[in-house]
Design a protein around this ligand. Structure first.
Ligand code: ZN
Length: 458
């Protein structure tokens, strides 16, 4: 652990023992500091906060931002004048530069399509170190000495099942880890690989640590239950989407393992860790987490919120303050029985969806909505999209192209990528239609990037 990480870790541990008062004091100081920093270094925030008091200790005074507003003002949003959207786009358009640092210091990632809107992110090493050091506090119930012993015994053989072919966060991190020269055997498996092939390769590789998206974890659990997959991992890491408690339990039982479940996104990697009782804990000494209704008024604990506003108090290069995440959350009114001094929440946001397709010989093939939407998200020139399953063998894709892109070219690439995916999964007869309408927001103002067939039928 580096000196910085050690200092953060010690302070984070101290905050935990000091309880709510120590946590609140740190939150207030860091919020004030972060606001002063963004006013000094980000043109976007300077403008947004120009009529606010000079010193701000109350987060609710800040106007709300979101992905669309920030992306539209990208060059004004970031705090390093050397960073521009043009440079990041050029970097992200080059598949050979996955994992390479932009300007020698920023890890570049793009959104992977679960929200239907493309965005670009940069992460400094300092931000990443702080995020993971803060999150470490929540991992003690998972990373037990027994689990670590099992991982060591299996020489930490790691399978990373990630979206390849683009600068998606999990792929970028996987490439950086694989290339870090560690003695640990790490292998990257494309998330788009057909299930029979993935099962065969995992059986051969025998990983003791598996990282994947929850929907893939759910599909792998079914393969393990059916006896086709025969791996004995010591630890599974899931993240990126929400899972129901029942599905989470099914995966845990199928593999007989501990699950490390991190809630995060490009905007805030590893923001929260799920505890042994199934709740995520908000690390309030380094973040502000506000469950709110549709008018951005606080939602009381015990009630489900419309969305949540997140402020990350350590992210300097691309600051996230009162950012509308779009996930509905439920905050526990009482302390969590796991003993954590932090507030406990459940998230119902990026609910994973499994899409059922029929093959020509009437078999069912299940694909994660994530895998399908990924094909559209990584096509060049896609600004916004929505995939609607219209029959067991038909999809319609609503597309909104970037202003600079030719919509016909964008559609051609989207269609080709989806056709290849379906062909690889024995679903060549699946028809992909070009939607005649633009993507539509739900009545709550959210964009659902994938709408499965069952959603029309119920
Ligand atoms: Zn807990």
């Amino acid at each position: 652990m580096s000196e910085t990480a050690l200092t953060i870790f010690r302070d984070a541990r101290k905050a935990r023992y000091e309880g709510p008062a120590g946590i609140a004091r740190r939150q207030c100081t860091r919020l004030t500091d972060q606001i002063a920093y963004v006013r000094a270094h980000s043109r976007y925030y300077r403008e947004l906060y120009q009529h606010l008091p000079e010193r701000i200790e109350d987060v609710t005074l800040l106007p709300v931002t979101n992905k669309q507003k920030l992306m539209e003002r990208f060059d004004d949003w970031v705090t390093d004048p050397e960073l521009t959207l043009q440079k990041i786009r050029a970097h992200a358009a080059d598949p050979d530069r996955v994992g390479e640092k932009l300007l020698g210091k920023y890890t570049v990632t793009t959104s992977s399509g679960t929200t239907g809107r493309q965005a670009f992110f940069v992460l400094s090493d300092a931000t990443r170190t702080t995020a993971f050091t803060v999150a470490l506090r929540g991992m003690s119930s998972v990373l037990t000495p027994a689990t670590i012993r099992k991982l060591m015994a299996g020489r930490w053989r790691t399978a990373m099942i990630v979206p390849t072919g683009g600068h998606f966060a999990s792929h970028v991190v996987a490439v950086q880890q694989r290339d870090a020269g560690s003695i640990v055997a790490k292998r990257i498996f494309p998330v788009t690989m057909s299930m029979p092939e993935l099962v065969e390769q995992l059986n051969g590789f025998r990983p003791v640590y598996v990282e994947c998206y929850p929907t893939i974890g759910a599909l792998l659990a079914s393969e393990q239950e059916a006896g086709r997959l025969r791996i004995r991992p010591a630890l599974l890491r899931l993240g990126g989407e929400g899972l129901t408690d029942a599905e989470y339990e099914r995966i845990r039982t199928a593999f007989g393992v501990k699950i490390l479940d991190l809630y995060g996104a490009n905007e805030f990697p590893a923001l929260m860790v799920k505890c042994s009782r199934g709740w995520y804990h908000t690390h309030d000494d380094w973040m502000v987490f506000e469950p709110v209704d549709a008018n951005y008024q606080p939602t009381p604990p015990g009630e489900r919120s419309h969305t949540v506003l997140v402020s990350v108090l350590y992210r300097r290069e691309q600051p996230i303050l009162r950012y509308d995440v779009g996930d509905s959350v439920l905050m526990r009114p009482d302390p969590c029985p796991c003993g954590s001094p932090f507030r406990a929440v459940k998230v119902r946001g990026r609910v994973p969806i499994l899409l059922n397709f029929r093959t020509a010989d009437d078999r069912t093939v299940i694909l994660s909505s994530f895998v399908v939407s990924l094909q559209v998200a990584c096509a060049v020139g896609v600004e916004l999209f929505q995939i609607i399953q219209t029959t067991p063998s038909r999809l319609s894709v609503r597309l909104q192209s970037c202003a600079w892109a030719n919509p016909d070219h964008v559609w051609y690439e989207v269609h080709a990528k989806l056709a290849r995916l379906f062909s690889d999964h024995g679903l060549s007869q699946v028809v992909v239609d070009r939607g005649t309408e633009p993507p539509k927001l739900s009545p709550g103002g959210k964009l659902r990037s994938v709408i499965p067939l069952v959603a029309h039928e119920t």
